[in-house]
Ligand binder design. Structure first.
Ligand code: ATP
Length: 366
């Protein structure tokens, strides 16, 4: 078993709480992505798990064993960090094979596994070269190959694909995910790329200013962000936020969006009852807003198109909704004119209602 338990982990750099009271349980074989903006503490948390940072508070267990005070080499982990150090005096083959040879793996198996890892990372043709004869992106892949060839129980990775161009990165993330799934490694993977996080993680742990804000499966955090920060950080475009005022109408709750109209607030909107007449924040994803022609917009929210961006698979429409800006996606053939009045149908069940002061989601019945 190689589960990881973080219990109230805190790491200070003088006044900075780089990691602030983080508790997280990562299951055996699970792939957890640490996601967050630059400086939020992802790398520091990963380095703390690795033992490269001494933590100031809390405990860390790996495979049920307390490792809080153990040095990195005794924690039974493999790591790939942003500053991927490869041995300059060894060929690429020797670099990748190094760990296996140290472990006295039979020669034929060393060759087979090294070649397999190299093929997966598309660096087969580099096996005979020295690292100085490779590019930064290739060196990064050598470092990844060197770690995965060991089939580690626990693998810690910090932005391992950051130096690759967009296309290669796209291919690598799928292959890396497949391979690590096959090996069954427990993976903690740091990235600030939310698409990479959504596509690779079994669960995503989102951090901000040293704190863990939300942990959940990709769709859980995408559809149900715990707060405005998560909704705004995950998704492209980010979640829309509109100021809204809940009102009671014929026994139902509706939310008025200034003079643009109102949306029904049924389904998961229990917390709104208590906020009738006050201001709340309506969070909604671009794809959950349907743009309809003004002539069919009876009873719908009204908006005016500011920009229409054709993106091939869909169009992205930026709208003015009584002074508030909203982005909606439409089918490629639904191409509203610029500066046109349109109706907006918002799927009430897909709305996330947020407290305007704390930014946190209102739980149903709150
Ligand atoms: P990035 O995506 O930019 O790498 P990150 O989320 O990984 O960011 P960390 O590198 O963990 O963030 O840094 C968290 C905070 O701790 C930052 O405010 C950073 O300036 C600070 N910090 C990190 N390492 C040190 C250090 N060795 N000494 C002092 N402060 C540090």
């Amino acid at each position: 078993m190689a589960d990881i338990q973080l219990e109230r982990v805190t790491k200070l750099f003088k006044q900075v709480r780089a990691v602030d009271d983080v508790s997280l349980e990562i299951g055996d074989g699970e792939f957890v992505v640490l996601l967050g903006p630059s400086g939020c503490g992802k790398t520091t948390l990963l380095r703390s798990i690795a033992g490269l940072e001494q933590i100031d508070g809390g405990r860390i267990r790996i495979g049920g064993r307390e490792v809080t005070d153990l040095p990195p080499r005794k924690r039974k982990i493999a790591m790939v960090f942003q500053s991927y150090a490869v041995f300059p005096h060894m060929t690429v083959f020797e670099n990748i094979a190094f760990g296996l040879r140290m472990g006295k793996t039979p020669k034929a198996e060393v060759t087979r596994r090294t070649e397999e890892a190299a093929a997966l990372l598309r660096i087969t043709e580099l096996l005979g070269r020295y690292p100085s004869q490779t590019s930064g992106g290739q060196r990064q892949r050598i470092a990844v190959a060197r770690a995965i060839v060991m089939e580690p129980q626990v693998l810690l990775m910090d932005e391992p694909l950051s130096n690759l161009d967009a296309l290669l990165r796209l291919e690598m993330r799928a292959e890396l995910k497949r391979l690590l799934g096959e090996i069954g490694s427990t993976v903690v993977y740091v990235t600030h790329d939310q698409v990479e996080a959504l596509s690779m993680g079994d669960r995503i742990a989102i951090m901000n200013a040293g704190r863990l804000i939300q942990v959940g499966a990709p769709l859980e955090v995408y559809d149900g962000p715990a707060d405005r920060f998560v909704g705004g950080f995950i998704g492209d475009p980010p979640m829309n936020f509109l100021a809204a005022t809940p009102e009671r109408r014929d026994g139902k709750i509706v939310a008025r969006i200034g003079g643009a109209g109102e949306v029904h607030a049924d389904g998961g909107a229990g917390g709104l009852e208590a906020l009738v007449g006050k201001e709340v924040v309506l969070g909604v994803r671009a794809e959950n807003i349907e743009v309809v022609e003004a002539s069919k917009a009876d009873g719908l929210l009204r908006g005016r198109t500011l920009v229409v961006e054709p993106l091939g698979s869909h169009n992205l429409v930026t709208l003015d909704v009584d002074g508030q800006v909203l982005k909606a996606t439409t089918r490629p053939d639904m191409m509203p004119k610029r500066d046109a009045e349109v109706g907006l149908r918002i799927d009430a069940s897909r709305i996330r209602w947020l407290d305007p002061d704390t930014g946190r989601a209102l739980a149903a019945g709150e």
